[in-house]
Design a protein around this ligand. Structure first.
Ligand code: NAP
Length: 327
């Protein structure tokens, strides 16, 4: 597996990361089979959050880690907090100093480790008091509990506000981006493919991240809408799937590989978070690290995605932010 530098280059890791959100939904044998496959394929980065499975995903990963005594130093563990949730929905965001520190301590315990490589604020909090975040980050950094910090689902100005107070350089912004969810790309350039008034939903977080040496991690790289399901094979994406399938055939890989190769081709050095709990699928998807799309192929997939916009049935998609069930 190829490696990449995160942020300013202080942290080196695999170009693909495993997202562990869904492992709470499978049994221990399946979860550990997927993690072992990730390791065999050279994936060293594992993404968590305190809310995944209400802590169960971290707990299961901690048990897997316990079985591999020399593994901890060879991998990078990330977690996040701020979403306060019951079993059904997000109730509110909490980015207060004490909440962040307590969340890290609980994650460390569940993950069976004494440090996290990276820690993110999961979602922007309109009640954020950046001085408190800065104090929490300082304490966590000085105590050796967290090496590097970042954010998720933040717009550029929200990051600017945090960075004004935080002493550590924020090195990651974890965002939703995929060939079936192109908002970040739409905001990052003008191509007259879309209604200009409607393209900037992200504050151009992609260009901002490049400017500030922040790595963009792509969450839900196969999903359309907000957890609408995978776009591959979905009748709402006829043009995109036709192009993806043709390229997959030409390159003798699966459509999933093409979807991830599309993300990897972007010079922003996007790190996809692969969420499958199926070891066979994961092994196949890892081939994406070896496939490079050319410019014409990349733009063709983008054009086809735009052509298909609005055709998919999004009724199964959860509503964003405070009403969502997952994430
Ligand atoms: N920061 C945020 O707000 C946020 C939000 C969501 C997710 N995340 C992170 O992003 C990671 C990935 O998210 P995700 O799980 O939604 O992403 P994903 O990789 O796009 O989706 C994986 C899901 O798609 C299913 N799937 C069905 N067919 C598939 C195929 N051919 N190829 C791949 N998957 C297929 C998988 O089922 P099987 O398991 O049966 O393969 C699994 O349920 C999460 O684990 C989490 O770490 C972050």
């Amino acid at each position: 597996m190829k490696t990449m530098k995160i942020g300013n280059g202080e942290l080196e890791t695999s170009v693909l990361a495993m997202g562990c959100m869904r492992i709470a939904r499978v049994d221990m044998e399946t979860a550990s089979g997927t993690v072992n496959t990730a390791l065999e394929e050279g994936i060293t980065f594992f993404d968590h959050a305190d809310v995944y499975g209400m802590g169960k995903s971290e707990e299961m990963f901690g048990q897997i880690l316990d079985l591999h005594s020399s593994l901890r130093e060879k991998i990078q563990l990330q977690s996040k907090c701020t979403l306060v949730r019951d079993e059904v929905q997000t109730l509110y965001n909490d980015s207060s100093r004490d909440y962040i520190i307590t969340s890290v301590e609980k994650s460390l315990k569940r993950l069976n480790t004494d440090y996290l490589d990276t820690y993110l604020l999961h979602q922007a909090d309109t009640l954020v008091e950046p001085e408190e975040v800065a104090e929490a980050f300082d304490r966590l950094h000085q105590s050796g509990k967290v090496r590097f910090f970042g954010v998720s689902n933040h717009r550029p100005l929200q990051i600017e506000l945090l960075q004004k107070y935080i002493n550590q350089h924020l090195i990651i912004n974890q965002l939703q981006i995929s060939v079936a969810h192109t908002d970040l790309i739409d905001s990052s350039f003008t191509m007259r493919l879309k209604d200009a008034a409607n393209v900037d939903k992200t504050g151009d977080a992609l260009t901002y991240s490049r400017l500030k040496n922040m790595t963009v991690q792509a969450w839900s790289p196969f999903q359309f809408g907000f957890y609408g399901g995978v776009f591959m094979g979905n009748e709402g994406y006829p043009n995109l799937n036709a192009a993806v399938n043709r390229m997959a055939e030409e390159k003798n890989v699966s459509p999933s590989v093409i979807a991830i190769a599309w993300l990897l081709r972007h010079p922003a050095h996007i790190q996809p978070l692969i969420g499958t709990t199926n070891a066979g699928r994961l092994r196949d998807i890892c081939r994406a690290a070896e496939v490079t799309l050319n410019r014409a192929e990349w733009y063709e997939l983008y054009r086809m995605s735009i052509l298909d916009e609005g055709k998919a049935d999004l009724s199964s998609s959860a509503k964003p932010a405070v009403q969502e069930k997952k994430g």
